[in-house]
Design a protein around this ligand. Structure first.
Ligand code: 5BU
Length: 268
């Protein structure tokens, strides 16, 4: 059996020296949630309403800030206030994929100034080490964290074993900034790395545009990922709060199961 299979999130916090990763592991433990909400809505109002209504249920709010039609500079501040109120982290799913100089500008400048408010960002390793260097130079001093894309949830993607290994190596070389991976499963023995998995639903196996879905139990208990990222299966439902609660409980039960702990029966 894999040694790190049974480590709790709290124990994992001791393996990482990155303050943001430590904070994430601790807040997941404190709030009993490994649920990230992918809030892919297109107005400020919808985004802020979701963040406030579902904030108690999530450890991370994942945004695509460039799909917000009425974006203005007040939005990041409001998101940060809600993140503080409900204790979740902000993850801008920007998927940087350019040379170091360009990604640094995309991270720090323009309309969105992502480095000023997003605790976590992600990037493709494809361009080589310069992409991490460019992002790190801007992010590390603000204690931000980077997730590298090691796998994707979409059908027919080009992520092969050699590319995944190169991505893991890039992460190992930058542990002061890379806190983990976007992946469909745990990929590395080092318990310091955190895994976030998109493409999660209890209701469907795929969408019409190639998205593939796994059940929270598969992701957390079998594939040993750490965080389920759920979007439309929550925010497009009639009662997003109740559905989010349902996903939180499913994700948490799968985590307790993999830790060998008794499933808690309390209703919180
Ligand atoms: P959905 O509504 O749960 O399908 O949304 C999934 C979200 O996760 C969406 O914002 C995607 O951009 C994001 N995503 C993904 O679906 N698959 C991936 O491999 C990566 C990101 Br990386």
């Amino acid at each position: 059996m894999n040694v790190s299979k049974n480590l709790s999130y709290q124990q994992r916090a001791q393996y990482t020296h990155h303050p943001l990763a430590q904070r994430l592991f601790h807040l997941m433990n404190d709030k009993k949630t490994n649920l990230a909400l992918s809030a892919d809505v297109t107005t400020k109002d919808e985004l802020l309403t979701l963040a406030d209504q579902l904030g108690s249920q999530i450890c991370i709010l994942k945004t695509h800030i460039d799909i917000i039609e009425d974006f203005d500079s007040s939005l990041p501040k409001q998101l940060q206030e809600l993140a503080c109120k409900h204790q979740f982290l902000l993850f801008e799913d920007r998927k940087f994929a350019d040379i170091g100089n360009t990604v640094q500008l995309q991270y720090t400048a323009g309309i969105y100034k992502i480095v000023d408010w997003a605790d976590i960002i992600n990037a493709h390793g494809l361009p080589g080490p310069g992409i991490v260097q460019g992002l790190k130079a801007a992010g590390v001093k603000k204690h931000r964290g980077l997730l590298l894309l090691a796998e994707m949830s979409s059908a027919g993607n080009f992520f092969n074993a050699e590319y995944i290994q190169a991505t893991l190596d890039l992460a190992m070389q930058n542990k002061d900034f890379v806190i983990g991976f976007i992946a469909q499963r745990k990929l590395h023995a080092d318990p310091a790395f955190i895994y976030l998995t998109p493409g999660v639903s209890m209701a469907q196996a795929q969408d019409k545009l190639g998205q593939g879905y796994l059940h929270p139990h598969t992701v957390i208990a079998e594939n040993l990922s750490d965080v389920i990222i759920v979007g439309r299966s929550i925010y497009q439902q009639e009662s997003p709060f109740l559905v989010a609660q349902h996903y939180r409980k499913a994700g948490w039960a799968a985590y307790l199961e993999r830790c060998g702990k008794l499933i808690e029966t309390s209703s919180d």
